[in-house]
Design a protein around this ligand. Structure first.
Ligand SMILES: NC(=O)c1ccc[n+]([C@@H]2O[C@H](COP(=O)([O-])OP(=O)(O)OC[C@H]3O[C@@H](n4cnc5c(N)ncnc54)[C@H](O)[C@@H]3O)[C@@H](O)[C@H]2O)c1
Ligand SMILES: O=C(O)C(=O)C[C@@H](O)[C@H](O)[C@H](O)COP(=O)(O)O
Ligand SMILES: [Zn+2]
Length: 361
């Protein structure tokens, strides 16, 4: 017998549910009610699944289409969005029609932005198929693409009408993509729910395997953190910034690596950097700061980066979306599960914290 699905509410002006369970395709038609056309956006790896979803939707009376995107981060580009707009135009996609984002965070970010932009906003249901997608990217309506100048620089806040997470699809995910998703799970542990850290520390090797014993609880707790935060602050006017813990340096590393690194791997180094900066500012105790490096290493995530490139990373960090004018802004910790934002930290401390993560250490 299948277990009943877990439903986590996202509240606010446009409420919706994040559903965690298995065999959730039956949840899709009611979320699309009123649409005549549906387009399922997916990466090449999920061609067969997208085709099955399309057939299912056709059988339910929709005129369903699939739109195949480039894989991974390559989907988050203006040209790819332009291609989608062209297809939607050809299909005759109207405001009552709806999109489905089926894939990892890169797919749901691109699909979400296409939904936010086409006719100034059409419905989207997100069906995340990676760990990062389920615990983070598909929830909260932060959509967007990268530009030559940096990560996610163009986008919109456009909440989905529903998020369907079938944990069984994680079994086909390459292990390094699964591990990358753990960086966002660990982020949630440090900013809001330390029980997540305890669950991982109890058996880190086991936690890196899809389908592990605590997977359901880790996903549920992380989704609960994200849902609570975006319910209160969809447009990142304050509280939502805490979800950016580890991302200021992380995004700069992703750009330096021309988006060939997994997001979670770059965020992992960014988390250690943020902890070191918090420690350098006298905000974070040694035990909690050291715990970052220990837990991330224990699940085989990287915790150091190239020496000698800090000036270049700093230039990129200046156009981070949290910056205000010439002032850099960081999410740091003032103790475990006590996130704070700090404006314009002393440049000497920024460099000192980097020396703690640079690999000539
Ligand atoms: N909008 C947000 O709030 C938010 C939050 C976190 C991350 N992100 C973004 O998400 C992206 C990272 O997402 P990601 O880690 O999911 O990576 P991803 O979307 O690049 O997917 C990783 C790889 O897994 C493959 N894949 C996806 N599902 C699969 C499955 N079930 N089985 C086999 N292969 C599968 C993909 O084809 C891809 O090759 C980054 O662009 C990041 O910026 C956004
Ligand atoms: O949802 C948010 O808010 C986040 O910051 C979650 C992050 O994990 C995610 O990577 C997000 O896309 C980063 O946002 P950005 O505004 O720094 O581009
Ligand atoms: Zn992230």
């Amino acid at each position: 017998m299948t277990e009943p699905a877990t439903r986590i509410q996202v509240t606010g002006a446009q409420p919706y549910e994040v559903v965690l369970g298995s065999g959730l395709l039956g949840e899709l038609p009611p979320l699309l009610a009123g649409a005549q056309r549906v387009a399922v956006l997916h990466p090449p790896t999920l061609r067969a699944t997208a085709e099955a979803v399309r057939k299912d939707l056709n059988d339910s009376g929709f005129e369903a289409h699939v739109i195949e995107l480039p894989d991974g981060e390559e989907a988050k580009a203006l040209a790819v969005a332009g291609f989608c707009f062209d297809v939607l135009g050809q299909i005759g996609f109207t405001r009552s029609d709806a999109l489905v984002g089926l894939g990892g965070g890169a797919t749901t970010d691109l699909a979400g932005w296409v939904a936010a932009s086409w006719l100034r906003g059409v419905r989207i249901v997100q069906i995340p198929t990676t760990l990062a997608g389920m615990v983070d990217a598909a929830i909260g309506g932060k959509t967007g693409i990268n530009t030559e100048r940096g990560k996610n620089l163009v986008g919109a806040f456009h909440p989905p009408v529903g998020v369907l997470c079938d944990l069984s699809v994680l079994s086909s995910l390459p292990v390094n993509d699964y591990i990358a998703g753990l960086a966002e799970v660990i982020k949630c542990g440090f900013i809001a729910d330390p029980r997540i850290l305890e669950l991982i520390e109890a058996d880190p090797a086991a936690v890196t395997v899809p389908g592990n014993r605590v997977e359901g609880e880790l996903v549920r707790r992380s989704v609960a953190v994200k849902a609570r935060v975006v319910s209160e602050d969809l447009r990142e006017q304050g509280l939502r910034e805490i979800l950016n813990y580890g991302h200021t340096l992380g995004h700069a590393i992703e750009k330096a690596e021309r988006y060939t690194w997994r997001h979670g791997a770059a965020v992992s180094i960014g988390l250690v950097y943020a902890a070191e900066l918090s420690r350098a500012l006298g905000r974070l105790d040694d035990t909690t700061a050291d715990r970052h490096r220990a837990i991330l290493t224990s699940v085989k995530l990287p915790v150091s980066y190239r020496a000698g490139v800090f000036p270049q990373l700093l230039e990129t960090m200046k156009v981070d979306k949290k910056s205000r004018g010439n002032r850099l802004r960081f999410v740091l910790l003032d103790g475990l599960a006590r996130p704070i934002t700090i404006d314009d930290p002393d440049p000497a401390l920024l460099a000192a914290a980097y020396s703690e993560v640079s690999d000539d250490n």
